[in-house]
Design a protein around this ligand. Sequence first.
Ligand SMILES: Cc1cc2nc3c(=O)[nH]c(=O)nc-3n(C[C@H](O)[C@H](O)[C@H](O)COP(=O)(O)OP(=O)(O)OC[C@H]3O[C@@H](n4cnc5c(N)ncnc54)[C@H](O)[C@@H]3O)c2cc1C
Length: 462
Amino acid sequence: MKTTQQVKRVKFAIIGAGSAGLTAWSEIKKQTDDYVLIDSGPLGTTCARVGCMPSKALIHIAEHYQAWQGAAALGIELPAQPILHDDQVLKRVRRFRDRFTSGLIANTTDKLSEQHFISGRAVVYPNGEIHVDDHVIVAERIIVAVGSKPIVPDGWSANLGDLALTSDTIFELETLPKRLAVIGLGVIGLELGQALAYLGVEVMGFDAQGQVGGLQDPFCNEFMLEHVAKTFPVQINQQVVPLRVQNQVKITYQGGEWLGDKVLLTLGRRPNSDWRSEALQNLTVDPVTLQLGDLPIFVAGDASGFHGILHEANREGKTAAQNAIHYPVLTGSKPLTPTAIVFSDPQLCRVGVSFNELDPREIIIGSFDLNCNNGRAIVMDQDYGRIRLYADRTSGRLLGGELAMPSAEHLGHLLAWSVQTGLTLNEMSAMPFYHPVLEEAVQNVIDTMLDEFNAEQGLTKN
Ligand SMILES: Cc1cc2nc3c(=O)[nH]c(=O)nc-3n(C[C@H](O)[C@H](O)[C@H](O)COP(=O)(O)OP(=O)(O)OC[C@H]3O[C@@H](n4cnc5c(N)ncnc54)[C@H](O)[C@@H]3O)c2cc1C
């Protein structure tokens, strides 16, 4: 133990004032005043500052601009082509960001006294010591919710300097680049790449593998790859290394060379680990209780490495707080049906059991191609997309599926709720489906799967 400093003793320490940490804090402060919240900054949460919210603000503007470009196809003649002021677009995104972060900070850390909030980077030791700059805090129980950061391979930033962007820096741009490469076409790369392409940036996408937006089912992924290539050129199965050449980025790939102004690195995110003292380096986090090894330390949110999405960060924050409060009695909160949404065009959604986990012998698979016939999609001029659903061959229960279609953010929720409540194909088929709506595409899949299920069971449809 450090001896020169004054030691502060508390029952609970929460490290990280992001979404998971603040959820944990709101649970802890209901129980006691004997806590400290520690954050290294910047405050305001990844979600509001550089994540969910600024990205969706940018996507919203891009979708509008794109829609106006297509007005002529609807028989609408605009008096002039819409003009995009990229500096104003980016200012608007930052205005939203500031609104979200300032409201959040005002209602949380700003309200805390020095006794309850410490600003600084924390390092945790197995004996409950937490070192924050010159402070030493000894906590009986610790919640670690320190988030994650974008993956940037060694040497890339040093070589590329300010030509390399990540989701941490892109929203700080004053103007949009003319030509931009996006390396990594997972969720964040796809969302931002498409939005920027719709805003007039000449985007070129690269991915080391052949999946986009985290899709696993080849039926949906194949469609999405083809569709994305209509919105910006994409090179898949290409392991590329961007290089700085004077003031430009150069990327050499099989079949060509790309030169442009900037590169957006969206290679995934890695849990922050600099909070771990050496003795904690190799300890693992229990996926149910979130306990680190057998210590009174609980790791929540992106820092746990399990989910990397907001609603799970909040759930884990609550679980970690409850387990810290009731330690050594530990529980896990009921797992939610996995639900992941991508705000691309068209939107993507994955719910329930994923394609890679399925045993094809035990499931019925249903598919639908949106260009086949869905009246609503046709009149919306969005009759492109695919649906794939999986049901248990024995019970007929819906297990999960993937959507690549307009409004997948809403349809995906209906499907996730159906999976979580254990609905069968029979029960889902008996639900109301209005006309004309996109949900009729789901109805079509459910009915086809139900026919197959009933035929196998020797039943007729109700
Ligand atoms: C571009 C982008 C778009 C996204 N879009 C979505 C979306 O649409 N939907 C969705 O569900 N999720 C989305 N996410 C993911 C979501 O934002 C994260 O899962 C969520 O914000 C994680 O919250 P957290 O509490 O774990 O971490 P954070 O909010 O990052 O909080 C971690 C906190 O810990 C502090 N900290 C770090 N290290 C230390 C230390 N050693 N000592 C003290 N403090 C420390 C940091 O300053 C920070 O305040 C997106 C992410 C990105 C980047």
